[in-house]
Design a binder for this molecule. Structure first.
Ligand code: 13P
Length: 254
């Protein structure tokens, strides 16, 4: 069954008290609503709050994700966190290839592929981000841009790895800008991504792939975005920092 996912990426935000409030608010919303069997809710806090999140959510259906992991399994890599350490805590997902990591930390497709392999070896599900910048969109180069991001990374995986892969299309021009891709723009790109997976793997594998939209997704636009045939949920930044906003987006899956 193809999953629909609403995942919150807190980025480098919130303190411990605020984190606790959001985690409890989302857990209580999920517990008191009849969530469809195909819907998964994931919260990705910064590293220091992962233990807290795993503890607070241990009896909840809300899953915990990390925002990064090392490409190495262990060793002398000061400041790094391995995928198996995350899995040890109870973390089930990890966001990789986010445009902020590509831009500020110069992560290449090759490195992101190594991280993806490390995460999958540790049993984590990977939320793999792709998406073009404004200049590329204005030049109508978005399809080639995304195709190249996939070609040099996840298309190198084996088709059995794809069971633990989720793709998130996050156009950079829509991230944190308040400028959302229209439901049609999102659906067109998601259709294209699915089609690329069908070409590189096979149609049944592509049909099962969960493809999320990210970029200024909020309660007010989530219903229209999620109504698109190829939009299987969202990766939410700013609107995941308040339980009320994030649950308003989860409500769009009910
Ligand atoms: P915003 O929802 O704040 O635009 O961020 C999207 C994002 O980057 C999620 O990973």
């Amino acid at each position: 069954m193809k999953k629909r996912i609403v995942a919150g990426n807190w980025k480098m935000n919130l303190n411990k008290e605020e984190a606790t409030t959001v985690l409890q608010g989302v857990a209580s919303y999920v517990a008191s609503n009849n969530m469809p069997a195909d819907v998964e809710v994931v919260i990705c806090p910064p590293y220091p709050y992962l233990s807290l999140a795993c503890e607070l959510l241990k009896d909840s259906d809300v899953k915990v994700g990390a925002q990064n992991c090392s490409h190495e399994a262990k060793g002398a890599f000061t400041g790094e966190v391995s995928a198996s350490m995350l899995a040890d805590l109870g973390v089930t997902h990890v966001i990789l290839g986010h445009s902020e990591r590509r831009k500020y930390f110069k992560e290449s497709d090759a490195l992101i592929l190594k991280k993806t392999r490390a995460a999958m070896s540790a049993g984590l599900n990977v939320i793999f981000c792709v998406g073009e910048d404004l200049h590329t969109r204005e030049d109508e180069g978005q399809y080639l841009f995304v195709k190249n991001q996939l070609k040099d990374s996840v298309f190198m995986l084996s088709s059995s790895d794809l069971a633990s892969l989720v793709v998130a299309y996050e156009p950079i021009w829509a991230i944190g800008t308040g400028k959302t891709a229209s439901p049609e723009q999102a659906n067109e790109m998601h259709y294209y991504i699915r089609d690329q997976f069908a070409e590189n793997f096979d149609q049944p594998t592509a049909d099962k792939l969960t493809i999320l939209y990210g970029g200024s997704c909020k309660p007010a636009n989530a219903t229209d975005l999620f109504a698109q045939a190829n939009v299987d949920g969202g990766l939410i930044g700013g609107a995941s920092l308040k339980a009320e906003d994030f649950t308003g987006i989860i409500a769009a899956t009910l």
